[in-house]
Design a binder for this molecule. Structure first.
Ligand code: GCU
Length: 331
């Protein structure tokens, strides 16, 4: 179901549009603004730094990418909406945040969808993954590549969670993602969608009892300062997506489009290499800061959410079909 832009949002965005431009020119170079919500030391941000470098090199300095991390230009959802309006050239979003813009992205939100990392990347780089990147093109959002966002794990402030039953009754922050909300509810917790940038305060004030994310985001958002427990449930593996506004894409020449796509592909290769070390470092850092890392019986979590696969296939046959095709991907 496509998201509708409400009137106040449109008014605010119109103002921002005056201040921003999807693509400007400085000293003869095209300047593309790329905004997102993660910390500048995050491995996903470093992937985008590489994208900018590769694009500058390929274009001989004729295209420059300016990065705006840490939610400087708006929340994840606001950045996506700015791309649709042409007020921002590029963003990086979690595929969960794209679920409201194109149904196909929901498939990655299915819990325990991928058998392992090799299976995940075979699916993302194969026909299914490539097709999903194109799914929101008619909504002015062209996906260029995926970035590794690892697997997501629950963290909680006061209650130790080692089994799915321990989540019962807890208020868990989710992304603005129908699939994440369904999954958290299936585990017996109550789901509270909150933007990433507002989550620190929400944890601090007890608005929620916990959340879920990959290790680098848990660490670099400093949510670990407020969380005593991190349970390696690995319940989902939603990728991040590098997106370009189709308003901007259509202004580029075929040669420029090729440079952009190649730079994106090369940045993905580097970003995937950075991921594991960054994840291990993040886990070490939060452990050293006093967070208890719990290794649970993942099968218990999986059993609880397994019925979702059939439910979603019944309610959204196209998503069910994508999931079926993903299951068939080797290895
Ligand atoms: C991941 C993802 C972000 C997203 C965040 C979240 O860290 O990379 O794009 O904002 O999850 O939970 O909101």
């Amino acid at each position: 179901m496509p998201r509708r832009l409400t009137l106040p949002v449109l008014a605010a965005l119109a103002l921002v549009l005056v201040l921003l431009a999807g693509c400007g020119r400085v000293g003869g170079a095209k300047v593309i603004k790329l905004a997102h919500s993660l910390d500048p030391s995050h491995p996903v941000h470093l992937g985008m730094v590489h994208f900018a470098e590769r694009l500058a090199e390929k274009s001989g300095g004729r295209i420059r990418v300016d990065l705006y991390p840490s939610g400087q230009l708006g929340t994840e959802r606001e950045c996506i909406e700015l791309l649709q309006l042409g007020g921002l050239g590029m963003t990086k979003a979690s595929s969960s945040a794209l679920e409201g813009f194109a149904e196909a992205y929901r498939v990655f939100g299915l819990p325990f969808l991928f058998r392992n990392e090799a299976h995940r990347w075979a699916a993302l780089e194969g026909d299914v993954g490539r097709g999903v990147l194109r799914a929101a093109e008619d909504k002015f959002l062209r996906g260029l590549c995926y970035y590794d966002a690892g697997t997501r794990n629950f963290y909680t402030t006061t209650r130790r969670v080692a089994r799915p039953e321990d989540l019962a009754g807890l208020k868990i922050r989710t992304q603005e993602s129908p699939m994440a909300i369904r999954m958290v509810r299936a585990l017996g917790a109550s789901a509270t969608p909150i933007s990433f940038g507002e989550l620190y305060t929400a944890l601090q004030q007890g608005v929620v009892d916990g959340a879920e994310n990959n290790p680098p985001s848990f660490h670099l958002s400093r949510h670990y300062e407020l969380s005593r427990y991190y349970v390696l449930s690995e319940h989902s593996a939603v990728p991040d997506v590098l997106l370009i506004s189709t308003h901007l894409w259509r202004q580029l020449s075929p040669e420029e489009q090729r440079w952009v796509q190649e730079a994106a592909d090369e940045s993905q290769t580097l970003q995937r290499r950075l991921w594991h070390e960054a994840s291990t470092r993040a886990l070490d850092a939060v452990r050293a800061a006093g967070v208890e890392i719990i290794v649970p019986d993942q099968a218990a979590f999986q059993a609880r959410v397994a019925p979702l696969h059939d439910e979603i296939a019944r309610e959204m046959p196209a998503v069910g079909e994508l999931a079926r095709r993903i299951r068939e991907v080797a290895p």
